[in-house]
Design a protein around this ligand. Structure first.
Ligand code: C2E
Ligand code: MG
Ligand code: MG
Length: 545
């Protein structure tokens, strides 16, 4: 393109015509302003003209507009042509369309700066951007760092496959992106963990609002391959500058808060506080001590009797693991079992437990006690292993124990997916001779459809209902209804956690079949259980409700 000294176009070549879509006739006499895209501001052009005046030329990238309205990037060089006196008589512009280069550049940039799966910033970019943010923060700036970790994502990945897992992660990223503001930072930090920085808070409670909003977003169902999937997340929050002024520290502290939220039952958020530092150390210790305990098979099994309200007989026991550790003291299964589920350690732990139970069954048999079935708790992750049945069978065979003496307790959450494969697995277990029960009934995703699809023997009403039912009318109504419903489906009902005579009486009136709870006995060692059994036979009439 050639213009005169007033920037009036005098000549363009055919390359110009095909690139911009304008013919020579259309642009002759006009100024290059007809190509302007509006993407550069006035100061851009001022600088450009300054260069041209001072150096006699300018080179750079500029966004222009074609006749059809399309905006495109071009690499442009402008030269001035002067006469003998040094006066500008015309301008001379050469440019080329670089949109193709731009596309490639963008792809390269995305590959190095974003997480390719979710299109959010990758770890490296997130660090850099947060460092920049901190560097430019003023004395009054306050930001929140959130570590968002999906609960039980591992299970979803293992049961439904990586493809579903990947899809879920992109959906989660979209939902996070849909509620952040333009200046906030979002990154998939790795696996199922996302980092979000809420910048420039007015109040710390803004971060709370955000966390609540996020949990609400994530609790809505995801639709993947004709399935409806529910997930929850645990969120940890730290604040700049209160908890730290370095990226690393902020992430670490938010991470610890996230673990705290998980331990507290998941699907919630938690703030960092100083005592958490020691909690995190405890978790590290817990993991290494658990690994040792697995090696040494250092777990002990206690047994809690179940009493039939009909016959007043001990009709079974539940095996409950106990772990006393030299360094950590007695650690409750309520603490280490969920932790073991998260870390995958539950698989070897479950096998140690099953072995010990088998050994006790063999021991009881040698003492003439052959009729007491033992129920064991099956963790979700364990149940979902492909070779679950083979491995259980291998242990039973090793100790010559029959499945008839074993009852498997699965929680609602483990079987929440009413899928064909789960039904199939349960039917197979039942055929092999195992009895099946649903544990903690009433606390999970109460999809009732599985109750008649699954071949269940027992349903265990969660202790929270039993313990409150003598005071709270609505809890009593729930227990009553569960019993009725289960009986309709020919499933027997076990009430868990009955502590008082009143509770047991009420349960009997409502038609409950079996009771397990401190009222009859706490979980006790195998030796103590043998004594208990003897005494029970002697005094059982007196204990009739
Ligand atoms: P769960 O399977 O629902 O076990 C019942 C829990 O209620 C046991 O707690 C038991 O000690 C307690 N309990 C029984 N009767 C009463 C009562 O009258 N009052 C009160 N307050 N509590 C009562 P525990 O042994 O601490 O176990 C907690 C949970 O840890 C179990 O809940 C189960 O989910 C898990 N767990 C325990 N042992 C094992 C195991 O061997 N394998 C697996 N996978 N999980 C286990
Ligand atoms: Mg149980
Ligand atoms: Mg239970």
């Amino acid at each position: 393109m050639i213009t005169d000294d007033k920037m009036t176009i005098s000549l363009v070549n055919t390359a110009f015509e095909s690139l911009t879509g304008y013919t020579l006739q259309e642009v002759k006499g006009k100024t290059p302003r007809i190509l302007q895209s509006g993407k550069q501001d006035a100061s851009f052009y001022q600088n450009m003209w300054k260069d041209i005046r001072v150096k006699g030329s300018w080179q750079g990238e500029i966004w222009n507009k074609r006749k059809n309205g399309e905006i495109y990037p071009e690499r442009l060089t402008i030269h001035t042509i002067v006469n003998e006196e040094g006066i500008v008589i015309s301008y001379f512009g050469v440019f080329s369309d670089i949109s193709h280069n731009k596309v490639i550049e963008k792809e390269i940039e995305e590959l190095t700066f974003t997480d390719t799966l979710t299109n959010t910033m990758n770890r490296h970019t997130f660090y850099e951007q947060l460092e920049d943010l901190i560097a430019t923060s003023t004395e009054n700036s306050e930001h929140a760092m959130l570590v968002v970790d999906l609960d039980r994502f591992k299970q979803i990945n293992e049961t439904l496959g990586n493809e579903v897992g990947d899809f879920l992660l992109t959906e989660v990223a979209d939902r996070i992106n849909s509620i952040v503001r333009a200046n906030d930072l979002v990154s998939r930090y790795g696996g199922d963990e996302f980092l979000v920085t809420i910048t420039d808070l007015n109040f710390q409670k803004d971060a709370v609002h955000f966390a609540e909003k996020l949990n609400k977003q994530l609790n809505k169902p995801f639709y993947i391959q004709d399935r409806e999937i529910y997930i929850t997340s645990s969120i940890g929050i730290s604040f700049y500058p209160q908890d730290g002024i370095e990226v690393e520290t902020l992430i670490q502290k938010a991470d610890k808060a996230m673990y705290f939220a998980k331990q507290n039952g998941r699907n919630q958020y938690a703030f960092y506080f100083d005592e958490l530092q020691t909690d995190a150390e405890r978790l590290l210790l817990l993991e290494s001590e658990l690994r040792k305990a697995i090696q040494q098979k250092a777990f002990v099994i206690h047994y809690q009797p179940k009493v039939s309200l009909d016959t007043n007989q001990i009709i079974g026991v539940e095996a409950l693991v106990r772990w006393a550790n030299g360094t950590l003291g007695v650690v409750s299964p309520a603490e280490f079992i969920p932790f073991a589920e998260d870390t995958g350690l539950i698989i070897p732990i479950s096998e140690v437990i099953l072995e010990k139970v088998c050994m006790d069954i063999v021991d009881w048999r040698s003492r003439g006690i052959q009729h007491i079935p033992v129920s064991i708790n099956i963790a979700a992750l364990h149940f979902q292993q492909d070779d679950f049945m083979e491995r259980i069978n291998a242990i039973l065979t090793k100790y010559n124990c029959s499945p008839q003496l074993l009852e498997l307790e699965l929680t609602e959450r483990t079987v929440m997916e009413d899928s064909e494969s789960i039904v199939h697995k349960l039917v197979k277990l039942k055929r092999m001779g195992f009895k099946l029960s649903i544990d903690d009934f009433g606390t999970g995703y109460s999809s009732l459809s599985y109750l008649n699809r699954f071949p269940l023997n027992y349903l265990k009403i969660d202790s929270s209902f039993i313990q409150q039912m003598t005071e709270l009318q609505d809890k009593q109504a729930i227990v009553d209804t569960i019993i009725l419903m289960a009986h309709r489906l020919h499933i027997k009902v076990i009430a868990e956690g009955a502590e008082t005579k009143d509770q047991v009486k009420l349960l009997k009136e409502m038609g409950c079949d079996i009771v397990q709870g401190y009222y009859f006995s706490k979980p006790i060692s195998s030796a103590a259980f043998l004594d208990f059994l003897e005494l029970w036979e002697i005094h059982k009439q007196e204990r009739t409700i």
